[in-house]
Design a protein around this ligand. Structure first.
Ligand code: Q9C
Ligand code: ZN
Length: 686
């Protein structure tokens, strides 16, 4: 199942025909540049091309009024003067004789994409369209938008395919007020938007864009606004909102389909957004959404006005949709104070609607907000110093997005001979790799010494069976190939996971690379863990100790073992992922130990999938022989299948949930991505 790309040159054939500094940003080159970038880096050719159609009147009437549709239908016959006058009735929008046609194509492209995904022809996709849609309202064009492409698509999916719950993620830097209005009282559509707000000083300057607009009537809780009250937000700020607001709620909501208002004006270099998140971040935002709704993910272009930033962002996004590993999330600091203030406010506003937010802190004391006004002077000075003042924005530059060569093998498996090799994987056993060390050595030698064997000596001193030795040797070779990027990820069935971990960790850390070790289950603290920061271990188990013993060993104690899927999901989304992203490992070692009973395969697959956002996707999974049944689901997740939906999550078990929250609070001094609220005393370090 592939990735759809919807594009039609016709949508480049309208433009601004008069002088209007507010509208000149929205030009045809936005689309041509994005599409050409996709073609020239070979991504367009890897996508399934689905033709664009025009949306019908009935489609458009799902969201818009008849009067408005009829009015827009007249625009192709208007004179320039009439077009201008017509546009003036609305806010920040222009019309061209071809606007109506393009607007029907933009909405139609969104519907074709929904059809492709809902019928299973493709897994996911991107519709490269203009005009954008999220600002347009029932009876009004607005903010370059004519028809609300994404809102129409959501209704269409519900009507045509009986989709129950739709999640709309609006990562454009403007508030899609049109989408908010369309679904405000509708609990079947969860709308999430972050947007530049600056305490209502930024367009569209609406009171209802603030965090306290949570939805109305039955829809209360199903509208989530995250206002950015400062410019210059960075990757950490965006990720913190995903980890601590969007993802927990999205998993609890359990959508059947995810639509994204994919505006890239939230990336660095954009003249409208003035934010500092790099194009790479969209790989992660995309990846983090790819396991919701069984992978049914449709992106529709909205804004994005810096052609370089826009094209780079579009490329990393499509690359991720295709399943390529995401770039390392390098240099993440914690979220800034202003972002934390927003996060704290949104979580507080929503805690009565979502059980994942039940333990969220209250809104920050108003003193924090008033203090901010006093801080404004200071901030302005700092901004000037960093050369980020408005008049220097033309000079903003950022590094080229990182790309890496795709490894020839995605998933290698080291499994017992008698097991069939799972689909999409390559069996990797030393006996099949005569080029490597095995055949030359006489196995008994391994037991006695020694220095020139492939394995580290302390392991060799264990009385291992020949089979275990060959498995460990295979693992060592496999690791080497992952290191050289000849293999992306791997899975091994081993007789004793705790014993197999040690040489793997030692091999990896000897290369002076950070390794993230995630242990699921297990009754005791894993041995052989370095404490010098070369590994970070997160141990999720009912037997995990109550207290961390050092900064780099983090026990996550779930009393109900992992059988409480809500608690497990919360542990992954709001504790493990923030830690993992901040740590930025070069390798992830995921181990499944005995004593992890109760964890369902779906939750395990979510974990396997989500961890692939780290370390260029270099994840090695070890499972114990008694867990052979996990080979198939694990291999599927490693080879890129979306994890199945977890179903509607019930409220988490209180005891576990409170323990998780205590842990998160305790660790946030060391790990800034775990923070969800402003530091009330002094620590305003960024
Ligand atoms: N002085 C989208 O990104 N700018 N629309 C108004 C007022 C309007 C953005 C500036 C920006 C509209 C889809
Ligand atoms: Zn925008």
């Amino acid at each position: 199942m592939g990735t759809a790309l919807l594009y039609d040159e016709e949508m480049t054939r309208y433009k601004l025909l008069w002088l209007d500094p507010d509208c000149e940003l929205e030009r045809p080159e936005r689309l041509t540049a994005s599409h050409e970038a996709l073609v020239s880096c070979g991504l367009a050719a890897r996508c399934v091309s689905i033709p664009v159609r025009q949306a019908t009147d009935d489609d458009i009437l799902l969201i818009h009024s008849e009067e408005y549709l009829e009015a827009v239908k007249k625009t192709p016959y208007m004179t320039l003067e009439d077009l201008r006058e017509f546009a003036l009735v609305y806010g920040c929008v222009y019309f061209h004789p071809n606007s109506y046609r393009c607007a029907t194509l933009a909405a139609g492209a969104a519907l074709q994409l929904v059809d492709g995904v809902m019928t299973g022809r493709v897994r996911n996709g991107l519709a490269l369209v203009r005009p954008p849609g999220h600002h347009s309202m029932r009876s009004a064009a607005n903010g370059f938008c004519v028809f609300n492409n994404v809102a129409i698509a959501a209704k269409y999916a519900q009507q045509k395919y009986g989709v129950q719950r739709v999640l709309i993620v609006d990562w454009d830097i403007h508030h899609g007020q049109g989408v908010q209005y369309a679904f405000e009282d509708d609990p079947s559509v969860l709308y999430f938007s972050w947007h530049r707000y600056e305490h209502q000083k930024f367009w569209p300057e609406l009171r209802e864009s603030d965090y306290d607009s949570v939805g109305k009537d039955k829809g209360a809780g199903f509208n989530i606004n995250v206002p950015w009250n400062k410019v210059g937000m960075q990757n950490s700020d965006y990720l913190a909102v995903f980890f601590h607001v969007l993802l927990p709620v999205a998993y609890e909501f359990c959508p059947d389909l995810v639509l994204v208002c994919a505006g890239f004006d939230s990336a660095i270099g954009d003249p409208e957004g003035e934010m500092c998140a790099t194009p790479d971040i969209f790989a992660h935002l995309t990846h983090l959404l790819m396991n919701l709704a069984g992978g049914k993910l449709c992106l529709m272009l909205e804004g994005g006005y810096n052609l370089t930033s826009l094209s780079q962002s579009v490329c990393v996004t499509v690359r991720t949709l295709l399943g390529d590993p995401a770039p390392r999330p390098a240099n993440l600091q914690g979220p800034c104070q202003s972002a934390l203030e927003s996060i704290q406010c949104v979580r507080a506003a929503h805690r009565k609607y979502w059980s994942c937010l039940k333990l969220a802190a209250g809104a920050p004391p108003s003193e924090v907000s008033t203090k901010r006004i006093k801080l404004e002077e200071k901030e302005r000075e700092e901004k000037l110093q960093r050369g980020e003042a408005a008049d220097s924005k033309a000079g903003i530059t950022w590094p080229q997005p990182q790309t890496c060569v795709l490894p020839p093998v995605r998933t290698a498996v080291v499994i017992p001979e008698e097991m069939a090799c799972p689909d999409g994987c390559k069996r990797f056993n030393l006996s099949q790799h005569a080029d490597s060390l095995s055949d030359k050595c006489d196995p008994p030698l391994f037991h006695q010494n020694n220095h020139n064997g492939p394995l580290e000596s302390h392991v060799l001193s264990f009385p291992l069976s020949l089979h275990a030795v060959s498995t460990l040797s295979s693992l060592t070779v496999l690791l080497g190939k992952m290191e050289k990027n000849e293999i992306c990820n791997g899975l091994a069935v081993v007789g004793d996971v705790s014993m197999a971990m040690a040489p793997v960790i030692q091999h990896a850390t000897s290369l002076k690379q950070r390794v993230l070790v995630v242990c699921v289950g297990g009754t005791e603290v894993p041995s052989h863990l370095p404490e010098d920061g070369t590994t970070l271990t997160v141990h999720i188990s009912k037997e995990a100790p109550e207290e961390p013993s050092c900064k780099y060993y983090i026990p996550v104690r779930l009393k109900n073992s992992c059988g409480d899927t809500s608690g497990f999901a919360q542990a992954i989304l709001s504790v493990l992922l923030p830690l993992a992203y901040e740590y930025d490992p070069a390798l992830v070692l995921l181990t499944r130990l005995p004593g992890s009973g109760g964890l369902n395969d779906g939750a395990w697959q979510q974990l396997v999938s989500l961890l692939q956002g780290l370390a260029w996707g270099h994840v090695l999974v070890l499972v114990q022989e008694c867990h052979k049944a996990l080979v198939k689901p694990t291999a599927a997740a490693l080879s890129g299948s979306p994890a199945p939906s977890l179903g509607r999550l019930p409220a988490p078990v209180v005891e576990d949930f409170e323990a998780l929250e205590r842990l998160r609070v305790r660790l946030q001094a060391d790990w800034m991505l775990l923070r969800t609220s402003v530091q009330e005393s002094g620590a305003e370090d960024n």
